[in-house]
Write a protein that binds this ligand. Structure first.
Ligand code: NAD
Length: 273
C-alpha cells in the first residue's frame, strides 16, 4: 500500500474500497473480503445506508482500529442536523471515530454543515474532515470562513474526466484530490480503452489496474468498487509496477473532460471546475 499525508498530518491509504449501492445484506461480507485482501481504506456514506455493516466488518476483522481508515459522508444540511447525523453514524457503525467525514454534496447551508464537522473534528470524533462534489468556487466559500482547511475533495475522476484543473487547484490549497468512480463504473467501454489495453500488455496488467495505477501514481486517492472477489484482489494489485512518463502522458491524452454521470451539474460548468 502507498499513502498520502493529509494537511493535518493524518495518513490515508491511496487506494481503498467503495461501497456505493452495495446492498446492506451483503456489505459486511464484501467489506470483510476487501479487508482480507489487504484494503485498509473503506468508503461509506449515510446515503448508502450501510455504515452499520461497514463498521461491523471493521470491528470483526481482527485488525486494530488504527489499521483501517474509514470514510463516511454527511447527507444533512446545516449545523444541527449534521451534528446529530454524525452521532447517529458513529453509533450505527459502532465506532468511536471516523478517520474522515466529508460533506457528500454542496447544500443550502454548506457552511453550517461544515461547522458541525469542525466541531466533531475538535472533539476527536473525526480525525479529518473534507468535501465531496464541491467545485472550485464552492471550495473557496468553505475555506473563506473555515477554521480547518478541508483535507480532501472527493470528485468524479477517471480516464475520460481527469479533472486536472481541479487537481491543480486543490493541490495548491493543500487539499487531497480523491476520485469517485475511478473505473467509470465499468461503463463507456473505459476498461477496453486501447491505450489502457496496450500499456497493460507491456506490464502484464489489466486495463483496470493500469487506470488505478495512473490515478494513484498521480497521488489521486481512488476507491474502486467491486463485489467480485477476483476484481477486489486485482484492483489492489497495482503497487508492483510503475508507469513511465511516456505511458502517463499517453493516458493523460485520453482525457475527454467529460463527466460520465453528469452529476452534480455545478461540477461541469466551465468557469467553476
Ligand atoms: P467504479 O468506478 O469503482 O466502478 C465499479 C464497477 O466497475 C463495478 O461495479 C464493476 O462493474 C466494475 N469493475 C470493478 N473492478 C473491475 C475490474 N477489475 N475489472 C473490470 N470491471 C471492474 O464505480 P463506483 O462504485 O461508482 O465508484 C467507486 C466508489 O466511489 C463508490 O463505491 C463510492 O464509495 C464512491 N462514490 C462516491 C460518490 C460521491 O458522490 N462522493 C459518487 C459515486 C461513487
Amino acid at each position: 500500500m502507498e499513502y498520502v499525508e493529509l494537511n493535518n498530518g493524518v495518513v490515508m491509504p491511496v487506494l481503498g474500497y467503495g461501497t456505493y449501492l452495495t446492498p446492506r445484506r451483503v456489505t459486511q461480507r464484501h467489506v470483510a473480503d476487501a479487508l482480507d485482501a489487504g484494503y485498509r481504506l473503506i468508503d461509506t456514506a449515510q446515503n448508502y445506508g450501510n455504515e452499520r455493516e461497514v463498521g461491523a466488518a471493521v470491528r470483526a476483522s481482527g485488525l486494530g482500529r488504527e489499521e483501517v481508515f474509514v470514510t463516511s459522508k454527511t447527507q444533512t444540511s446545516g449545523y444541527r442536523s449534521t451534528r446529530a447525523g454524525i452521532e447517529d453514524s458513529l453509533a450505527a457503525a459502532g465506532l468511536d471515530y471516523f478517520d474522515l467525514m466529508i460533506i457528500h454534496w454542496p447544500n443550502a447551508d454548506s457552511r453550517g454543515t461544515y461547522r458541525a464537522l469542525e466541531e466533531a473534528y475538535r472533539t476527536g470524533q473525526l480525525r479529518a474532515i473534507g468535501l465531496s462534489n464541491f467545485n472550485r468556487k464552492q471550495v473557496l466559500e468553505i475555506i473563506d470562513t473555515a477554521d480547518v482547511v478541508p483535507a480532501v475533495d472527493q470528485i468524479e475522476t477517471h480516464l475520460y474526466w481527469q479533472q486536472w484543473g481541479m487537481h491543480d487547484f486543490l493541490t495548491s490549497h493543500g487539499i487531497v484530490h480523491e476520485s469517485w468512480s475511478p473505473l467509470g463504473e465499468g461503463q463507456s467501454g473505459m476498461l477496453r480503452d486501447p491505450v489502457l489495453v496496450r500499456i497493460g500488455r507491456t506490464h502484464g496488467k489489466s486495463p483496470a489496474q493500469v487506470l488505478l495505477r495512473f490515478l494513484t501514481q498521480n497521488r489521486i486517492v481512488s476507491i474502486p468498487k467491486s463485489l467480485n472477489p477476483e476484481h477486489i484482489r486485482e484492483n489492489l494489485n497495482i503497487f508492483d509496477f510503475r508507469l513511465s512518463d511516456e505511458e502517463l502522458g499517453a493516458i493523460r491524452a485520453q482525457d475527454a473532460k467529460r463527466s460520465q454521470s453528469g452529476w452534480p451539474a455545478a461540477m461541469s460548468t466551465e468557469e467553476h471546475y
